[in-house]
Design a protein around this ligand. Structure first.
Ligand SMILES: C[S@@+](CC[C@H](N)C(=O)[O-])C[C@H]1O[C@@H](n2cnc3c(N)ncnc32)[C@H](O)[C@@H]1O
Length: 276
């Protein structure tokens, strides 16, 4: 059994190897979460040491794909934290409705649950037709699932509950069809969606948007990387644009704190300050 210090050295070499071979940069993710994910991946890929795992993924892109699925933590839920979506619906949408068209960036969209929640909400509020949504992630397999919009039926009871708590106005079942054990979401919901591979760790601004929703992604990043990402969001937002984060995330004490005001602070929604 190796000691923790040795394991941490091996992990840092593994992350360096991933970056140099595949270009994905996990070097500024919090060590505690990377440790957990790597340990899980080792079990699934039958490696006894991190060094073995490194050796495996350097020579085998398919094994790297499997490691990536562990490292990226593709856990999501529709209308996750219903109060957040209620704040978007009741407080942000009325402002967005004053624009002729809006762009919304769902950063770290994972398998699409957050994106479809936004699409449903915007549709009910009469904004979907004039909205362009960017759904980005670094995981190709998650993006593929997001594009398909098919979710396990067993999750739908929870999603329905979340939807209702978030202020949903219709019957949730209006938005999907049941096929075997899956809920196939209405393809019209993604008519104005651009899915793209974009890394918050290495890529730059690609559009000017009215809102960024980036939830449960920054918790895995160290402070330095969080600041990089917050700066990227600030530079992507129009003046008075909105930034929504996950329940455990905050702009406070970050480098960009002075560029934003609290908007719906309990729900982690911030608003970029206007030009001064
Ligand atoms: C826990 S999921 C959050 C999904 C969704 N936003 C939500 O709140 O339900 C985290 C997502 O962040 C993505 N991610 C991790 N590092 C990223 C990076 N550097 N750039 C973009 N997305 C990243 C992962 O691939 C994963 O899909």
């Amino acid at each position: 059994v190796r000691d923790l210090e040795t394991i941490d050295i091996e992990i840092s070499l593994l992350l360096e190897a991933i970056y140099r071979r595949y270009g994905s940069d996990f070097r500024d993710y919090t060590l505690s979460s990377v440790r957990r994910r790597v340990t899980l991946a080792m079990t699934h890929l039958h490696c006894e040491t991190v060094s073995q795992l490194q050796d495996l993924i350097l020579g085998d892109p398919a094994a790297y794909d499997r490691l990536l699925q562990h490292l990226t933590i593709p856990v999501s839920e529709m209308f996750r934290d219903p109060a957040y979506f209620r704040a978007v619906r009741e407080q942000i949408v009325p402002v967005l409705l004053t624009y002729p068209s809006v762009k919304i960036w769902i950063a770290g969209c994972s398998t699409g649950e957050e994106l479809y929640s936004f699409a449903i909400l915007l549709k009910e509020e009469g904004l979907l037709d004039r909205a362009l949504l960017y759904a980005t992630d670094i995981s190709p397999s998650s993006l593929k699932k997001a594009q398909a919009g098919i979710f396990p039926l067993e999750q739908v009871r929870l999603y329905t509950q979340n939807y209702q708590l978030s202020g949903g106005k219709a019957a949730f079942s209006d938005y999907y069809q049941v096929a075997f054990d899956a809920a196939v979401f209405d393809p019209s919901l993604r008519a104005n969606v651009v899915f793209a591979d974009h890394s918050l760790a290495t890529d730059s601004v690609f559009a000017e948007v009215h809102m960024v929703s980036c939830r449960n992604v920054l918790i895995y990043f160290n402070r330095e990387l969080q600041n990089r990402v917050f700066t990227l969001f600030r530079d992507s937002l129009v003046h008075r644009g909105f930034l929504g984060l996950g329940a455990k995330e905050s702009l406070r004490f970050s480098d960009v704190q002075a560029s934003f005001d609290d908007f719906a602070s309990r729900d982690k929604v911030y608003r970029k300050r206007g030009a001064s």
